[in-house]
Design a protein around this ligand. Structure first.
Ligand SMILES: Nc1nc2c(ncn2[C@@H]2O[C@H](COP(=O)(O)OP(=O)(O)OP(=O)(O)O)[C@@H](O)[C@H]2O)c(=O)[nH]1
Ligand SMILES: [Mg+2]
Length: 340
C-alpha cells in the first residue's frame, strides 16, 4: 500500500497522534496539520531538526545549495568525504540579495580560491537566483545533461532547495517558505524520463536567527530582496543597535555599512546604555533573547566583513576595533568583504 505523505514537509501522513509529525484529520489531505497552518495562517510549531541526511545513491549528482547569506559556511558540510563517488555541483543561490554593484569576477575568484585551498572536488559552481525563470531553465538543461539518474538538492535550512525543486519540477504544492527546517523528509519528482530530483531536508546550522526568535519574528528579519545598505559614522564609544539583537560599539571613530532586510530597525546610542537597553529589549524592540555575549574584534587592513548569522553583513573600511554584543551562541565570522 502506498504511504501518503504531506506535500509540504514530506512526512508520512497519520491520523492517530496529534503530537507526532504528519498528523492530519484525513489521509486524503495534501498537507499535515502543521504545514496547513503554516501555509494558510503563517503559524509555525516548534521545529524538529532531522539529524541525518537520508541515504544517497553514490552514483548520483549532489547539488550543494547555499544562500549568499551563508557564504562563510560554503563548503563546510563535507558530504564529498562520505560520498566520494558522487558528482558535486555547488549552487550559490539568492544572488538577488547582493547589491547590483557586486563585482562578480572578484566574488568568483574569491570562491574559487577557497575551493582550491579546501580541495573541494566540484564539477561546477553556479551563481543564481531561484526566483529567476531564466536561471531555472539553464539549471534544468544543465542537470538533465548528466548521465545519472538521481539528483539531490542538499544544503542548510532556508538555502532555497524547495524553491528550486518547485521551479524545476513545476510542483505547486511543495512548500518553500523562510521557516527553517520546513522540509522534513526527502521528496522526489521526475525531472524527465531519465532523471529524478530529490528535495532533501535542510542541514541544521547552529547559531542562526531561528535558534533565537520565533518564526513570526525572524521571518521579517531575514532578507527577502536586495539588501539595503545603511551607513553609520560612529565616534568613539558610540553604538548602533541592530533590531535590539546586536550592538556594534566603535572603540575608535569609524564608518560602517550594514546590509540587511529593509525591516530592520536601527538605534544609535552610547556604549554605557547597552545593558540598560538590553533589559528593555522586549518593550523597545519586541525581541526575546535571554543571554548575550560580548566580543572585541580587531579588523585588519582592506575591507572586512562581519557576518552575523543569516541576518546581516557589516562592512568595515578601515583598520578598526569594535565591541560586538550579540545573542549568546549566534554564529559570527570575520572574512574579507565579499563585495565592495
Ligand atoms: N530573494 C530570494 N529568496 C529566495 C531565493 N530562493 C529561495 N528564497 C527564499 O528563501 C526561503 C527559503 O526557501 P526554501 O526553498 O523553503 O528553503 P529550503 O532550502 O527548502 O529550506 P528547508 O526546507 O528548511 O531546508 C523562502 O522564503 C524563499 O522564498 C532566491 O533566489 N532569492
Ligand atoms: Mg525545503
Amino acid at each position: 500500500m502506498k504511504i501518503e505523505t504531506c506535500k509540504g514537509c514530506g512526512a508520512p501522513l497519520q491520523t492517530n497522534d496529534q503530537n507526532k509529525r504528519g498528523y492530519a484529520l484525513s489521509l486524503e489531505h495534501d498537507y499535515c496539520q502543521s504545514c496547513y497552518k503554516l501555509y494558510h495562517y503563517g503559524e509555525a510549531n516548534e521545529h524538529f531538526h532531522p539529524e541525518d541526511l537520508p541515504k544517497l545513491n553514490a552514483h548520483g549528482v549532489a547539488v550543494m545549495v547555499s544562500s549568499v547569506m551563508a557564504f562563510d559556511m560554503l563548503f563546510e558540510y563535507p558530504v564529498y568525504r562520505y560520498e566520494p563517488q558522487m558528482t558535486f555541483i555547488y549552487v550559490i543561490n539568492q544572488m538577488d540579495l547582493l547589491p547590483e554593484s557586486t563585482n562578480m569576477d572578484k566574488l568568483f575568484e574569491h570562491i574559487m580560491s577557497k575551493a582550491r585551498a579546501m580541495r573541494i572536488p566540484f564539477k561546477d559552481i553556479i551563481f543564481m537566483t531561484a526566483h529567476n525563470p531564466y536561471d531555472i531553465e539553464n539549471l534544468k538543461d544543465y542537470l538533465m545533461s548528466f548521465n545519472k539518474k538521481n539528483i539531490y538538492l542538499i544544503g542548510v535550512q532556508n538555502a532555497g532547495k524547495t524553491t528550486l525543486f518547485k521551479a524545476l519540477t513545476l510542483d505547486d504544492k511543495a512548500l518553500a517558505l523562510n521557516k527553517a527546517g520546513l522540509t522534513q523528509e526527502a521528496i522526489d519528482a521526475n525531472l524527465d524520463e531519465n532523471h529524478v530530483l530529490w528535495d532533501m531536508p535542510g542541514l541544521y546550522q547552529e547559531g542562526y536567527l531561528h535558534q533565537f526568535l520565533p518564526y513570526t519574528k525572524y521571518k521579517k528579519l531575514l532578507p527577502q530582496e536586495t539588501m539595503n545598505p545603511r551607513i553609520f559614522q560612529l565616534r568613539e564609544k558610540q553604538t548602533v543597535f541592530i533590531e535590539g539583537l546586536i550592538a556594534i560599539t566603535a572603540l575608535e571613530p569609524m564608518n560602517i555599512v550594514i546590509y540587511g532586510s529593509k525591516h530592520i530597525t536601527y538605534h544609535k546610542t552610547n556604549q554605557q546604555k547597552i545593558d540598560d537597553l538590553l533589559l528593555k529589549k522586549e518593550t523597545m524592540f519586541n525581541t526575546y533573547v535571554d543571554h548575550y555575549e560580548k566580543k572585541i574584534y580587531k579588523l585588519g587592513k582592506g575591507k572586512q566583513q562581519l557576518t552575523c548569522a543569516d541576518f546581516t553583513f557589516i562592512h568595515f573600511t578601515d583598520i578598526s576595533k569594535v565591541e560586538v554584543t550579540y545573542p549568546k551562541g549566534m554564529h559570527m565570522t570575520v572574512t574579507k568583504a565579499l563585495f565592495e
